[in-house]
Design a binder for this molecule. Structure first.
Ligand SMILES: Cc1cc2nc3c(=O)[nH]c(=O)nc-3n(C[C@H](O)[C@H](O)[C@H](O)COP(=O)(O)OP(=O)(O)OC[C@H]3O[C@@H](n4cnc5c(N)ncnc54)[C@H](O)[C@@H]3O)c2cc1C
Length: 403
């Protein structure tokens, strides 16, 4: 059966991840009709982002979401790089930028919480706006609108809208159909992350809510949300996913970090590839990319979802102006300029520096890095500058100020 729905002003959003849902919610609250097409049968709950940064919390506060999130996560006002064997550390303190934001902390909270809250808020004002099991496989644009085709419960359906937002993640079909470049690199090492309810903080001295360890058995990170500890590391080069995920290997690695926890109760475990890529353009005619569909970065620092939510606010504001009669092309070009610059000039450079610093394998170079970080922290201006970059405050402000 084929079904065609027409709507002159409708914005179609592909993807019910954090970026698609936040975009849709802002539009719906402003009275712009919106439909979200999501290929999965339900909202994704897999463990991905856990760090929210200050500007993201400030933006989500405009939607009344931050207060709900704050109950579900953990505020981390101090975080560290640390040498596992010696306990020497460089501790960053958001207190030095407390005059810059009402949220001077990294907020550790599972991404699914934002997704669920945004979906529930959208459902309140626009029931049925999210169509699940809608696997978008084609789109065509003309001067008046965009027609999307998608598989839905064994049928091919079509939906017509005025604009289309591709918030369909790293393997975006929307980006592929636009045929814009997605240049960059895939980092050589894969990453692995596992969740456990084990109380590391009761057994490892001086643990903070966010910890980047250098150790003789490789770098690893430990983040504490309200529900669990998330532990991440890179498996040895050439290890298969099966080897990486094997219970024996995971248990052995974690026992080196904290023998008291073995055998660990493991809740979630996932291998993922790490990329640094950006789309050549974020807008082509009536189709616009946002979030992972537009740019990918190493998770070191926790920027992907945050940057994507910044895209969502920037883009939704412009789409509301367009729905109210503003000239579309210059506004959408401006969106690309602002958010592509944030992705390349700020997020890529900071996440890449974080990735390389944490993966330094040479112990003498690691020691130099630690000494440099300690010196930076001792200098209040440099400490502030480092945190302003790493909290994405500079990135967000620069993108807004860009002409
Ligand atoms: C281990 C890990 C840790 C991370 N930690 C952090 C962190 O701490 N902080 C941070 O900011 N970022 C982090 N990230 C990155 C963050 O998870 C992503 O940047 C974020 O999910 C991007 O959101 P999105 O909405 O753009 O895309 P996604 O979350 O990927 O959502 C895309 C949606 O589109 C749907 N979709 C895809 N194709 C189609 C189609 N053809 N038709 C219909 N629907 C489709 C998908 O099912 C999905 O629901 C981390 C990532 C990983 C892997």
């Amino acid at each position: 059966m084929e079904r065609t729905v027409s709507d002159r002003n409708r914005v179609i959003v592909v993807g019910a991840g954090p970026v698609g849902l936040v975009t849709a919610l802002i539009l719906a609250r402003a009275g712009v009709p919106v439909t979200v097409l999501e290929q999965a049968g339900e909202l994704h709950a897999e463990p991905r982002a856990s760090t929210f940064h200050a500007p993201t919390l400030e933006l989500l506060d405009q939607l009344g979401i931050t207060a709900q999130l704050l109950d579900l996560g953990r505020q981390v006002p101090r975080w560290q790089y640390r040498i596992f064997e010696t306990g020497e550390s460089a501790v960053f303190d958001f207190g030095v930028i407390a005059d810059e934001t009402p949220y001077p902390f990294r907020f550790q909270c599972e991404q699914v919480n934002l997704v669920k809250i945004a979906a529930a808020e959208l459902e309140k004002i626009s029931p049925g706006a999210i169509v699940f099991r809608a696997n978008v496989n084609g789109m065509k644009q003309d001067k008046d609108g965009v027609t999307v085709t998608y598989g839905h419960d064994g049928r091919i359906e079509t939906l017509r809208g005025a604009w289309l937002v591709g918030a369909d993640g790293a393997a975006s079909i929307v980006r592929a159909k636009l045929d814009v470049g997605f240049d960059g690199e895939t980092y050589p090492a894969v990453s692995f992350t596992v969740g456990t309810p084990f109380a590391f903080h009761e057994h490892m001295p001086d643990l903070l809510g966010v910890n980047y360890f250098w150790s003789d058995f490789g770098p690893f990170s430990m983040f504490r949300t309200k529900l669990m500890w998330r532990v991440g590391w890179s498996p040895p080069p050439g290890a298969s996913d099966e080897e990486t995920l094997s219970d024996a290997n995971v248990q052995a690695k974690m026992a080196k970090m904290c023998p008291a926890g073995a055998p660990f109760e493991l809740h979630t475990a996932r291998v993922y590839h790490v990329h640094r890529r950006v789309a050549a353009r974020f807008n082509v005619g009536r189709v616009v990319l946002a979030g992972d569909a537009a740019h990918l970065n190493s998770p070191a620092g926790g920027f992907g979802m945050n940057g994507g939510v910044h895209d969502a606010f920037n883009l939704a504001d412009k789409m509301i102006a367009i729905a109210n009669g503003a000239d579309a092309e210059p506004l959408l070009d401006y969106y690309t300029r602002q958010r592509r610059s944030a992705a390349v000039d700020d997020i890529h450079s900071t996440s890449d520096a974080n990735y390389r610093r944490h993966r330094e394998a040479d112990p003498s170079k690691r020691r130099e890095l630690l000494t440099d970080l300690q010196a930076l922290i001792a200098d209040r201006d440099r400490h502030r500058a480092f945190l302003m970059d790493n909290a994405l405050i500079n990135s967000y402000r620069r993108s807004i100020a860009l002409a």
